[in-house]
Design a protein around this ligand. Structure first.
Ligand code: SAH
Length: 253
């Protein structure tokens, strides 16, 4: 039996956002490997053996998965959203580059998924209608000064800014520091969106301003979108507003 490895993005939560390609491969796999909450969210109809592990062991998990594929298993390494965006795909290639030379001959491919940003943006309108950039606020794998430099650069560039991993239960001060940094460069009325658990039962969407955004409203299941100087909101009586960034650029920042 010849093994393979597919790094699969499961989408941000809802079964409707799992692609047919990803679903078919999960059903062909003999083994599912990933961080526990993602392994648990694989549909119950998938009969493959599940190998769930904790947070922060991405590289070991990737090595294990490559070893299993080399041994003939059909391995699905799963991530939430898209596996290439702050997910397992880069860890698999890091393990491949630094591991057993034979792993480079394996049948390995990445299967795209819908990243949380696309789901969150669609819910609120079209905040990504013009140039945007994406960052993770976690300083677990990069030093804080790098994050700060990039926040400043994104602000100076007047990009719409999407922030993954804005905070966790214990990691709170980065968010406060990031908001301080952004508030130095962008006006208080800049639109800020806190998209929480999009596609899940507890989904919550908050549209506010950079000045009013309360870090208490942000948890580890939240994606933040900070508008550019052009991002605007369409107010609607009795309904949540739409937010969009026009396709043309109106003013120099
Ligand atoms: N690979 C994932 C991102 C993993 S990093 C993807 O492509 O979506 C984890 C971060 O993603 C969270 O801290 C949060 O910022 C964001 N996120 C993941 N799922 C989300 C969801 N359903 N709603 C809002 N944000 C989500």
């Amino acid at each position: 039996m010849s093994g393979w490895l597919r790094v699969i993005g499961l989408g941000p939560g809802s079964a409707e956002w799992l692609t047919p390609e990803a679903s078919a491969l999960l059903h062909e796999a003999t083994d599912i490997v990933g961080y526990m909450p993602y392994v648990e969210s694989v549909p119950a109809t998938v009969t493959a053996k599940r190998h769930a592990s904790g947070n922060g062991v991405e590289l070991e998990r990737a090595r294990e998965a490559l070893k299993m594929a080399a041994g003939g298993s059909r391995v699905a390494v799963v991530s939430g959203g898209d596996a290439g965006i702050f997910g397992m795909a880069a860890a698999v290639f890091e393990a491949m580059e630094n591991g057993d030379g034979a792993w480079r001959d394996l049948d390995v491919a990445v299967v795209p998924g819908m990243t949380a940003l696309l789901a969150a943006a669609a819910r609120v309108g079209a905040p990504l209608g013009h140039d945007f950039c994406v960052m993770s606020l976690s300083d677990y794998l990069k030093p804080w000064p790098v994050i700060e430099k990039r926040l400043q650069a994104a602000s100076v560039g007047d990009f719409v800014l999407a922030l993954y991993n804005p905070a966790s239960k214990t990691r709170r001060e980065q968010l406060t520091a990031a908001l301080d940094c952004l508030r130095k460069h962008r006006g208080p009325e800049t639109i800020a969106i806190a998209a929480k658990s999009i596609g899940r039962a507890e989904e919550q969407m908050m549209v506010t301003t950079l000045a009013a955004l309360n870090p208490e409203d942000v948890n580890m299941r939240t994606l933040l979108i900070i508008g550019s100087s052009c991002t605007r909101r369409i107010r609607r009586p009795g309904k949540p507003p739409f937010v969009y960034t026009p396709r043309f650029y109106e003013e120099m920042p």
